[in-house]
Design a protein around this ligand. Sequence first.
Ligand SMILES: Cc1cc2nc3c(=O)[nH]c(=O)nc-3n(C[C@H](O)[C@H](O)[C@H](O)COP(=O)(O)OP(=O)(O)OC[C@H]3O[C@@H](n4cnc5c(N)ncnc54)[C@H](O)[C@@H]3O)c2cc1C
Length: 541
Amino acid sequence: MPEEFDFVVIGGGSAGCTVAARLSEMSDCTVLLIEAGPGDKSFFIRMPLAYRMLRKSNLYDWGLSTEAELYADNRSIPAARGKVLGGSSSVNGMMYSRGHPRDYDRWVQLGATGWSHDEVLPFFKKSEANWRGESPWHGGDGPMSVTKLDDQTPLTQALWDTARELGYPVSEDFEGGLHDGFGLPDLTTRNGRRESASSAFLAPARSRKNLTVITSAHVTRLETHAGRVTQVHYVKNGRPQSVNVAQEVVLCGGSYASPHLLMLSGIGPVEHLQEHGITPVIDLPGVGQNLQEHPLVGTTFRTKKELGVNRHLRADRLTGSVLSWMLTGKGFAASFPLSAIIYHRSSPDLERPDLESVVMPTSIDARVWFPGILSPKEEMLTVLNVVLHPDSRGEVTLKSSDPLASPAIRFNILQAQTDVDRMKFNIRWYRELVKTSPLSDFVEDEAFPGSGIQSDQDLEKFIRSTVTTAQHPVGTCRMGPADAQSVVDTKLKVYGLENLLVADASVMPELIGGHTNAPSIMIGERAAQFIQDKYVSRSRA
Ligand SMILES: Cc1cc2nc3c(=O)[nH]c(=O)nc-3n(C[C@H](O)[C@H](O)[C@H](O)COP(=O)(O)OP(=O)(O)OC[C@H]3O[C@@H](n4cnc5c(N)ncnc54)[C@H](O)[C@@H]3O)c2cc1C
């Protein structure tokens, strides 16, 4: 491997694969992508139905969890992140989502000039090949395949009819101008296989001679000299190694690792760095602050009718589905059970939805079964209740100066009473929804937490004792004007360093009201464009 590269991209996740692939389009530049996890060839990554198995097994995950969460019964909450080529896009739920157009206009209000919805839309379009084809809202021939979710249960129709009965919109396309009401998300899959940032962006670029990818290599520190990053240090096979940087470094470690690596390199809040014996290079108090996550609480309902998922999970039928998926990329294993996503409001005067309900026609712990050997789990409908624009803020800090140790993560989840109140509203709202026909034809009664939990106090207790997250951490290297909270400017450049960018979910000033994979890829697209523009204009001069 050469000792020096023009561009070094750290972290091969949603944003990192995008950045590395796009930069390697400049054939006269050399690009190195360093990823801590292994390659992504696994069957469990490829098969959409295996999503829950991937989650349960913690295969390809960093195994992070929070410190005791003070407002959630002092529990430690898992903080899943992919540790594999493709990063979290290789282990995520594959729901394609951009959030509400107003989310990006909010970013501008918070100081992210140039990131309004009109300005980010071309980059969402650039990255996708949507099944609907090219349109004002969608890209038709980008690298990432975005497909239609096959709805496999009658419950979805009942949900649509119930929505209409109650006057809620049914959206044909959440990313096509109506990010509101009841609908189904598109999926990031290609021919029935998961489409990660690795399969979409990196795989087609791997044959380029100017692109080098190393996996199972953990970056430990950025070395800086006279305001520039000059070297990237990493550990591979237990051996410390380093590479020289000729032009730029793009840090794409995600919302936990990016601030962590900055602090390990002396870039962060000075006092905190000194507490851990790290020599400060740049005082950036915002590094690791402003952590935002979507609180999520699950509720379940027993059903009057079979919803179909248990039928598919009988061992012989499932084997058939997997074989058929291997041959054709179609069928039950090419998707996962989802009946609806509902974006709605806790108050009618809100300009954008602040709540989401993800409705699944199955229990979370549904299992493979076979008559006489193992019985199926009870038929259930699961609702994941999510607060979209939480007011609580957390942080990522150092536990030690050991680069291989995990950082301390604190969401401070539900610190803001407004978040608890909105969660209560969401749970009660869905309880009313299931009483409305035709959805009521499907629902027997509430299984969890059960009809005994009604009072404000009991509901709050339930919420605080079970809350987890939607796995959408953002904000820890916030983009914005040169103030105490911002870490990068609006071109994603770290304040105080000439040649270091951060490009991943950590730069979002505020959490969007949707899911965060496509927005992270959009950020990767923009970072690559900023660099390409700079180098094209430099080579013209
Ligand atoms: C279980 C789960 C389900 C989700 N479901 C959805 C969904 O359905 N739809 C959706 O839109 N979003 C979903 N998300 C969120 C979405 O996938 C993430 O927001 C997005 O992938 C974040 O992209 P990123 O580039 O910021 O970070 P990541 O994709 O996490 O990439 C960071 C990369 O950096 C690497 N790295 C970190 N530290 C180092 C180091 N020191 N050295 C080298 N490499 C390093 C990591 O291994 C990783 O590959 C889900 C996430 C999870 C975890």
